[in-house]
Design a protein around this ligand. Structure first.
Ligand code: HAM
Length: 422
């Protein structure tokens, strides 16, 4: 027997019984973001490595350790995208979309070679939005309000919002100098990773999960104390907007994010229900990135949510996955008439999920299949019904019920009702 091959570690199949839950999330997300005027964009999964180096930053975990980067047969250095923002900016620039403000959303798989665990995968999925050309705190507020609306639509109640401002480049440089002094003064307490970061990307030390560093990090200066007038006003206006709409938040001066392109607003939605991988959605402002990738100065802000992490939180019991009806046919005449009947029912009831039995067999066998399919109704076509132009209908769920013989129109009415109740 040839050896069976398996999916790559950290990369998962979404099986048919799981797909409706993905669709449930994706449908809600799409409805919410399109309700705010965001338009979908789809970009390739492969991009030049250089794009991610120049946007996410050379000295970040993602670029240094986690990218699936390789040389293709033509010698080009390519990478599977580890996130969507860089691709979005690249495409928006390439197609001249940034002459005016844009609200864009995307979804799809992203790839990072991290150590797999619950909530952390090597192929995972994001749904993200990016807004370009809008500099004020009103758009920061809009995207956060939009995420809250999505949590409400999905019935998620225990997510908390953390916020910070990273200021602008000058403010961060002043902060960085003081932070480095502070960390140097405690260098013996640092671990290897943090000592290295101290030289290359000291703000990332604040994000260390090493408990031994907690005290040093807690005693570090706070970025918020370094904000100038304009950054402070921007941040205060965002906070006031959140207060006004009634969205609770915690200002976390240690929230720095793992990608280098951010300035001013950064935020994360976090849950305690998923253990270490509790951030379900994250984003912020990145006013410098478009210019860094060769465009004109263009303010920008966005977020991405982790589909798998959110799916882990959703109550799936109310999501219906089975078909509305399963059509069984008994007898030669009925078997010949069934496909035609099924098509007329599909014509009459848009969106109907109707499974037709294939392969014949006894009534018992067909009925068993109908029940196993999870259908709400069994439609039974015998030779008599086929001759009379009727069909019998038996509820299979919710306590069952009597089998009734229905005219075509009556069957259509029952199926419409079943479809609508889904
Ligand atoms: P990020 O924080 O790297 O930001 O990822 C956003 C979200 O994707 C995370 O909060 C998490 O839910 C999910 N995620 C990240 N890595 C994994 C993984 N290995 N397994 C499962 N889920 C994961 C970005 O990607 C930015 N592009 C967000 C953004 C958009 N900022 C501005 N616009």
């Amino acid at each position: 027997m040839p050896e069976r091959l398996q999916a790559i570690r950290g990369m998962h199949d979404v099986l048919p019984e799981q797909a409706p839950i993905w669709q449930h999330l994706e449908d809600h997300a799409r409805a919410v973001v399109e309700g705010y005027g965001y338009r979908e964009m789809r970009t390739p999964l492969l991009e030049p490595v250089e794009l991610f180096k120049r946007s996410i930053g050379e000295v970040t975990d993602i670029v240094e350790k986690e990218m699936y980067a390789f040389e293709d047969r033509g010698g080009d250095r390519l990478a599977l995208r580890p996130e969507g923002t860089a691709s979005c900016v690249r495409a928006a620039l390439e197609h001249g979309l940034l002459e005016q403000p844009q609200r864009i959303w995307y979804r799809g798989p992203m790839f990072r070679r991290e150590r797999p665990q619950r909530g952390r995968y090597r192929q995972f999925h994001q749904i993200g939005v990016e807004a370009f050309g809008l500099a004020g705190p009103d758009i920061d507020l809009e995207i956060i309000v939009m995420t809250r609306r999505l949590w409400q639509a999905l019935g998620l109640t225990d997510l908390r919002l953390e916020l910070n401002s990273l200021g602008d480049a000058g403010e961060r440089a002043r902060y960085r100098a003081d932070l480095v002094n502070h960390l140097r003064a405690h260098e013996t307490a640092l671990d290897d990773d943090s000592r290295r970061r101290l030289e290359t990307n000291p703000l990332r030390v604040l994000d260390s999960k090493n408990p031994d560093l907690a005290a040093v990090i807690a005693a570090a200066p706070s970025l918020l104390d370094y904000l100038g007038e304009a950054s402070r006003t921007h941040f205060d206006a965002l906070c006031a907007g959140l207060d006004d709409i009634g969205i609770g938040y915690r200002i976390n001066p240690r929230l720095v994010r793992g990608l280098d392109y951010y300035n001013r607003t950064v935020f994360e939605w976090i849950t305690d229900a998923l253990g270490a991988q509790g951030t379900v959605c994250a984003g912020g402002r990145y006013d410098g990135l478009v210019a860094q990738l060769g465009g004109r100065e263009t303010p920008a802000v966005g977020f991405a949510l982790g589909t798998e992490r959110l799916l882990d939180l959703i109550d799936t019991s109310a999501i219906t996955t089975g078909p509305d009806a399963y059509l069984v046919a008994l007898g030669e005449r009925a078997a010949a008439a069934a496909p035609g009947l099924a098509e007329r029912l599909r014509d009459a009831v848009p969106g109907l999920r109707l499974l037709t039995h294939c392969g014949g067999g006894s009534f018992k066998r067909q009925f068993k299949k109908a029940d196993k399919s999870g259908a709400r109704l069994a439609l039974i076509l015998g030779d008599d019904e086929a001759a009379a132009g009727t069909v019998s209908c038996k509820p299979l769920r919710g306590g069952g019920g009597e089998q009734r013989t229905l005219s075509f129109d009556a069957a259509v009415a029952v199926l419409r009702e079943t479809c609508n109740a889904r």
